[in-house]
Design a protein around this ligand. Structure first.
Ligand SMILES: Nc1ncnc2c1ncn2[C@@H]1O[C@H](COP(=O)(O)OP(=O)(O)OP(=O)(O)O)[C@@H](O)[C@H]1O
Ligand SMILES: [Mg+2]
Length: 278
């Protein structure tokens, strides 16, 4: 079997917050690699450091100690591929912002769309940071919007004129408009009702099936089931992880042709989480 290539490697990662004279060690010497094509899920109790880890890995914030090295592949005009190692943990704010623009995408619990811009413009603004051809970018944005079932009639709506679920779908499109190496998501369905949750999870699964690498933090079993690799964080360290294999559909859906496998997968995840004291 061909081994998966690494997108990034975090080594001896520590994050300490200092408030007044009190120091809080939130990440403690954590080591982790993220692999291409994976849908990695990070779980753990509230306060265990999941968001802090996600922000460090994605270059939203810097670790106190340790390194984060991205192994980015670039192709020459001749088509030769080279892998460049980029260690981002000590980048300046500007350099980090550039790095994020070129290599990562984000979706958060709140969609953080700009309310003074249309849905399409929210995506365009993000895409124009990287693309120079406006027409090509607009075509790509519209294609993606259609894929998440936001039709032409809604493209020029402002976020406040859209439902929470629609807004989050726009946010997912914005997250992938620059074809990021990794899409980071911090509880992306945390503020959605069950129908919209299903919807957004389906979109993430589809993107992953097409090769988009995803790292998602979640509190729910339903969302975690979408991942193929589940990592459990406790008190700033990785307790354990399991390989679940790819998502094979809903374990409760009697029409699912992979029902037995889906049930087994669900049971495996539940057992794992129980072992973790979840
Ligand atoms: N900017 C900050 N300044 C000070 N303390 C912080 C900061 N960010 C996070 N913390 C602390 O670090 C700890 C871990 O926070 P983090 O947000 O990573 O947890 P989490 O696992 O994502 O929790 P939740 O599931 O509730 O979102 C918490 O105790 C939090 O108070
Ligand atoms: Mg969090």
């Amino acid at each position: 079997m061909e081994s998966k290539s690494q997108i990034l490697t975090a080594k001896d990662l520590s994050k300490t917050f200092s408030n007044d004279s009190v120091q809080q060690h939130v990440l403690k010497n954590l080591n982790l690699s993220i692999y291409k094509g994976d849908f990695t899920v990070i779980m753990g109790n509230s306060g265990s450091g999941k968001s802090t880890l996600l922000y460090a890995l994605s270059g939203m914030d810097r670790p106190t100690l340790g390194t984060i090295t991205y192994h980015t592949v670039s192709s020459s005009e001749k088509g030769d591929k080279t892998i460049a190692d980029t260690e981002i943990s000590k980048f300046s704010n500007d350099k980090l912002a550039m790095f994020r623009r070129d290599h990562v995408g984000f979706v958060f619990q709140q969609n953080y769309l700009n309310d003074s811009m249309s849905a399409l413009d929210n995506i365009m603004v993000c895409g124009l940071l990287k693309h120079s051809n406006r027409k090509e970018l607009a075509d790509k944005a519209k294609e993606l919007l259609k894929r998440v079932e936001i039709g032409e009639g809604d493209w020029n709506k402002f976020p406040t004129q859209m439902s929470g679920g629609q807004q989050q779908r726009v946010a997912v499109v914005r997250g992938v408009i620059n074809s990021p190496e990794v899409l980071f998501a911090d509880e992306p369905t945390g503020a959605l009702n069950s129908q919209n949750t299903e919807n957004v999870l389906n979109i993430l699964s589809d993107l992953n099936n097409e090769g988009q690498s995803i790292v998602m933090v979640t509190h729910t079993l339903k969302a975690a089931e979408r991942g193929n690799r589940i990592i459990y964080l406790a008190d700033g360290i990785i307790s354990d992880e399991i390989d679940l294999g790819p998502y094979v559909g809903d374990y409760k859906d009697e029409s699912n042709p992979n029902l037995e496998e889906a049930k087994a997968r669900h049971a495996k995840l539940k057992d794992f989480l129980q072992d973790m004291g979840w």
